[in-house]
Design a binder for this molecule. Structure first.
Ligand SMILES: C[S@@+](CC[C@H](N)C(=O)[O-])C[C@H]1O[C@@H](n2cnc3c(N)ncnc32)[C@H](O)[C@@H]1O
Length: 219
């Protein structure tokens, strides 16, 4: 663990180490009931396959369900997550895929090596002022024509959770306006291709609001 690690990184790791097993159970079948989310993943998979620019990193992969879904769509995917417990869960759930403990601000890939990066609700624990550092790392690691896909919570607030997935923890979650994220993505040197904002579904209401998905291309 780096000595200079931010507090939000440390508390996020601790929180997901605590909830890893229950979180995996809760989200295991979730995508099946989310056709618009699958549509974004499907479009991402199609353009990444067509560009043929390299493997795909699932950054903040958690239990690996998104990596597994994309692998099922023909992508060469590996997962990276801060939480060793999440990585253990992902390896058990998807033994055919590669999962490594790591921070998305230092993906460990050489410059321009990745055909795609998906960050599915994994930037939501990064304070908005620290997002440019994450996006700069994504741009560095993407190949020309490589794609970034973000899923995040649309809004403008920070919520501090002291309990989630049946456990006590301490975790900040940030809701961010899609326009602000798009501007940050553009400022990082990526071209925004699409933003989808959908209403919360039955399972997400009433606590969750709109959900946002953004795809961008490294020019
Ligand atoms: C809400 S979960 C989403 C997990 C997975 N993407 C999914 O949709 O099932 C957020 C995940 O992002 C990871 N995460 C948050 N910040 C991270 C960072 N800086 N580097 C790597 N992983 C991170 C957490 O450890 C956690 O597993």
């Amino acid at each position: 663990m780096p000595l200079t690690e931010s507090l939000h990184v440390r508390s996020t790791r601790l929180a997901y180490d605590t909830v890893a097993v229950d979180y995996e159970e809760l989200v295991r079948e979730e995508l099946a009931a989310k056709p618009l989310d699958r549509a974004m993943l499907g479009a991402f998979a199609e353009v990444v396959r067509a560009a043929g620019a390299g493997p795909v990193a699932d950054a903040g992969c958690g239990p690996g369900r998104i990596a597994a879904y994309l692998a099922g769509l023909g992508l060469d995917v590996f997962g990276v997550d801060l939480s060793p417990e999440m990585i253990a869960v992902a390896r058990r759930a998807h033994p055919g895929l590669r999962f490594e403990v790591g921070d998305m601000t230092a993906l460990g890939s050489v410059d321009g090596a990745l055909g795609g990066i998906v960050a599915w609700y994994s930037t939501v624990h990064t304070p908005p002022e620290a997002l440019p550092e994450v996006l700069a790392e994504f741009r560095r690691a993407l190949a020309p024509d490589g794609r970034l896909l973000l899923a995040f919570k649309a809004g403008d607030e920070r919520r501090h959770l002291e309990r989630a997935y049946g456990h006590e923890l301490s975790l900040d979650v940030y809701w961010t306006p899609p326009d602000r994220v798009a501007a940050m993505v553009a400022a990082a040197g990526l071209e925004v291709e699409a933003t989808l904002v959908r209403e919360p579904d039955e399972r997400e209401r009433p606590r969750q609001g709109r959900q946002a998905f953004l795809m961008a291309r490294r020019t």
